[in-house]
Design a protein around this ligand. Structure first.
Ligand code: KE4
Length: 441
């Protein structure tokens, strides 16, 4: 007698989310305040989340999920860790924002500089986008040059001149080059291929003396996870030295995620400027850019390159960010813990795909990982976009049914936190196997 194994998923009740989404779509474009949250590329309606705690998220219908988005990177320690919550409660007693310097801004600036040696000075802003666009302006102001090189598939936020063949939501929604970006604005953005140094050399020789900066995600997390190869990133550094081009590492995602000193610590490369975000805000809106003193001193008011922000260095956000970075400073073995958990998850995924006779590419650096629905190695934009995004959508929903909350888009990263327990990881590995079987890979 053949007993058909019936996989029973808790067919979730998501009624309240559905109602809220209908209401939201009437007043907010697409019903969300950031496109990638809208489930557009995986289908279905987004879940409205009521709270997060440790490794879990809870939606407005009371469903519980093991969360691997972590607010797209900030939650290295899971949701609402006690030491960040306490810092916020203490800070809010004194008010929220003064529009004047406060002590925590000095403390967090010194802390970032102590953890990331290439940073001699740093300016706080309110998002990764603001940090990246300000870094480009700083490089242009310092060199007197206009053009800059970015890489296909890298995402540096939504400033006009970055939305050219960008990754993340722009790639997910199929508008890597966005309407609304003027030709004038895009004309100074030059596009190279990730991990292809010849594509960089070609652009440099065709624009001799005109390039202010090269900006790169040293560990890209917006075309899925793709790390810069050793020889490539080393050559990039030497080209910038030879050509007096400012090398900018966009570590909004990799900063304090893959090591206390970020990707630049792992790669042993010193960029001229670094862009930060996510973890440095402890879950509140914070970005920062910093690096060589001779470049940063040209930022207003010490220099002529204007950059400003009403809520930059906001005491509440600084308190949360300072608590997060201080925890890292006091607990350097946090990266050993993250490596153990993340390699355990990766090993489980790899055993699953092998047992199912498939060879999907899995890229991981520390606690950021991505499984691509392609069996070829993924080391640049062209190989990443070979992934079967329809199959990814089916996988996403199968995992969701089993209580695993992944990025609703293939071209993102999965984030492991210190709050993910062995039980969480084992449940995820099991759900991963069942989901791949259910979609008949
Ligand atoms: P924000 O402006 O979203 O804070 O940061 C922009 C940014 C800059 N650089 C890198 C490397 C980034 O990953 C990001 C933002 N990351 C996306 C997730 N891939 C944010 C999620 C969203 O757009 O909602």
């Amino acid at each position: 007698m053949i007993v058909k194994k019936v996989i029973i998923y808790n067919i979730m009740n998501i009624e309240k989310s559905k109602q809220l989404f209908e209401e939201a779509k009437k007043i907010i474009p697409g019903g969300v305040n950031s496109p990638v949250r809208a489930f557009k590329s995986v289908g279905g309606d987004p879940l409205f989340i009521s709270r997060g705690s440790t490794s879990k998220l809870y939606d407005v219908d009371g469903n519980e999920y093991i969360d691997y988005i972590g607010s797209w990177g900030p939650h290295l320690f899971g949701h609402n860790p006690p030491f960040i919550k306490e810092a916020l409660l203490n800070s809010i007693e004194n008010g929220t924002s003064f529009g004047a310097p406060n002590e925590t801004e000095v403390k967090i600036a010194n802390l970032i500089a102590s953890l990331v040696p290439s940073v001699e000075m740093v300016r706080m802003v309110n998002s990764g986008t603001e940090a990246a666009m300000s870094a480009i302006r700083a490089a242009r102001g310092f060199t007197g040059r206009d053009k800059f090189i970015k890489f296909e598939g890298c995402y540096h936020g939504h400033a006009d001149y970055f939305l050219i063949k960008a990754g993340s939501g722009a790639l997910t929604l199929g508008v890597p080059t966005s309407p609304g970006v003027t030709k004038g604005n895009a004309s100074d953005t030059l596009l190279a291929d990730y991990n292809d140094i010849d594509s960089v050399k070609k652009i440099i020789s065709a624009n001799k003396g005109e390039i202010a900066a090269i900006i790169i995600e040293p560990i890209a997390g917006n075309m899925g996870v793709v790390a810069a190869k050793d020889d490539f990133i080393k050559e990039l550094r030497s080209i910038c030295d030879e050509e007096n081009v400012v090398l900018i590492f966009d570590e909004v995602m990799s900063g304090f995620r893959v090591a206390a000193g970020g990707a630049q610590e792992l790669m042993k490369i010193k960029p001229d400027l670094t862009v930060f975000g996510k973890i440095i805000g402890g879950g509140l809106p914070v970005g920062a850019f910093g690096g060589k003193r001779e470049i940063m001193e040209r930022i207003a008011p010490s220099g002529p390159v204007y950059q400003a922000g009403t809520l930059s260095g906001n005491p509440l956000a600084m308190a949360a960010g300072y608590a997060a970075l201080n925890f890292i400073k006091d607990n350097p073995d946090v990266y050993k813990v993250l490596e153990e958990k993340s390699s355990y998850l990766e090993k489980g995924f790899k055993e699953n795909i092998r047992s199912l006779g498939i060879n999907y590419a899995i890229n991981r650096v520390g606690s950021m990982m991505c499984m691509f629905f392609t069996e070829e190695p993924v080391d640049d934009f062209k190989s990443a976009v070979k992934s079967d995004t329809v199959l990814y959508g089916k996988y996403f929903h199968e995992m969701l049914k089993q209580g695993i909350y992944l990025a609703p888009a293939q071209f993102e990263a999965l984030f492991v936190s210190t709050a993910h327990s062995k039980d969480d990881l084992d449940k995820t590995i099991k759900a991963h196997y069942e989901s791949l079987r259910a979609i008949k890979v």
